[in-house]
Write a protein that binds this ligand. Structure first.
Ligand SMILES: C[S@@+](CC[C@H](N)C(=O)[O-])C[C@H]1O[C@@H](n2cnc3c(N)ncnc32)[C@H](O)[C@@H]1O
Length: 369
């Protein structure tokens, strides 16, 4: 089997709702499977990615399982985004070393050692680079003969309407591969207006009749009064005294300017978290309507297309689990850049391999790498 006829095939560990997989798929990589412990990922993964979903702990994934999923003679890509909670900037200072997610990147490393895919990609929060577990992961890859590169990617540079930084790692045992730089100029950043400005108007506590995910959480009377008093891009300091909470009036409250606040229309959104449907947990107020952003708006600001399916027609739209899945997703645009880089890397290796083979008079054989 020669390289020219082999397909680039990916398996996504910790696949979630498929943000990373969607980007890889959009680039033209065949994503055959996603693995995640959360059963709520099955519907979005299978409906949008059309790969097979395994509700499974990554710690139980075997070499045989992955090799079967990739199939023979494919160019094998192992992708994954181990849970980032232990590294999240929102938990700075907390002792997270005992959390059970901590060793999961080590499990990713184990699967690389056991299966030796051609290309590996990993995404996480930038702070992970100074952790022991990340250094061990890179050492594992280098020890297995991979060329490794990683970069902190500022999401607006990649076309996301959101201020967010993510660490992207790419490794290949075919040759040098670099994490691509974003190509969007500052004056062309996607903004909140461009991303969600055309969505139907809804009231807090209601959903759109055409899209059940375009649903906004009910506000208490005081929070409704607060958002009415909030200016676009402003802070709670604009409110009358009687609307302020005790934490706002304490001196330390001055550091919490980005809660109970409206987004600005003409800038990228703040980082979308697992609770971005909640007015009080960030700058998650809609720029113009008196409500927090809807789940659909959160998903679009994370880079999902407006038609992405997160729940079945008969499923209840619940804020907590869906907010978690949306907030935890890898923005598909980053996955798309990664997928494009992987395909051009493979194409470059293919042409080098066939040139060498022609010179030597033999068939090209990158698959033997
Ligand atoms: C950061 S999210 C991944 C996001 C996903 N890559 C995307 O783009 O939508 C991490 C995921 O790891 C899953 N997870 C946590 N522990 C796991 C384990 N032991 N085995 C498999 N999945 C796990 C969580 O359910 C969560 O969906």
């Amino acid at each position: 089997m020669v390289l020219e006829s082999s397909t680039v095939v990916a398996v996504d560990l910790f696949c979630g709702v498929g943000g990373l997989s969607l980007g890889l798929k959009q680039a033209g990589i065949k994503v055959v499977a996603g693995i995640d412990v959360d059963p709520k990922c099955r519907f979005p993964f299978e409906s949008n990615i059309e790969g097979k979903f395994f509700e499974q702990d990554v710690r139980t994934v075997t070499k045989k399982q992955l090799l079967t999923l990739w199939g023979k003679n494919s160019i094998k890509v192992l992708a994954g985004c181990a849970p980032c909670q232990p590294f999240s900037p929102y938990r700075r200072g907390a002792d997270t070393s005992a959390e059970e997610q901590w060793p999961l990147l080590g499990e990713f490393g184990r699967l690389v050692r056991e299966t030796r895919p051609h290309v590996v990609t990993m995404e996480n929060v930038p702070r992970i680079v100074s952790s022991r577990v990340f250094k061990e992961f890179v050492e594992t890859l280098e020890g297995e003969g991979y060329e490794v590169s990683f970069r902190s990617c500022y999401a607006p540079d990649y076309g996301l309407p959101q201020h967010r930084r993510r660490l992207v790692l790419l490794a290949s045992r075919i040759g040098r591969i670099d994490v691509p730089r974003g190509k969007v100029a500052r004056d062309e950043y996607m903004t909140v207006r461009k991303a969600i400005g055309e969505l139907p108007v809804i009231r807090h506590g209601t959903a759109s009749s055409i899209d059940p995910l375009h649903k906004s959480r009910t506000l208490s009377d005081v929070n409704l009064a607060r958002i009415k008093a909030s200016a676009q891009g402003g802070t709670w300091a604009d409110w009358p005294e009687e609307l302020r909470a005790p934490c706002h009036t304490r001196q330390s409250g001055s550091t919490f300017r980005n809660v109970y606040a409206r987004m600005s229309w003409d800038e990228p959104a703040p980082t979308i978290t697992t609770m971005s449907y909640n007015f009080g947990t960030g700058r998650f107020g809609h720029p113009a309507q008196d409500r927090a952003i809807s789940l659909r708006e959160a998903a679009i600001l994370q880079g999902f297309p407006p038609e992405y399916k997160f729940a079945g027609l008969d499923d209840k739209i619940e804020f907590v689990p869906l907010g978690r899945l949306i907030g935890n997703a890898v923005p598909p645009v980053l996955g798309r850049y990664v997928g494009d880089a992987v395909l051009s890397h493979v194409a470059g290796a293919r042409s080098l391999s066939s040139r060498r083979s022609r010179q030597a008079g033999a068939a090209p054989a990158l698959n033997n790498v």
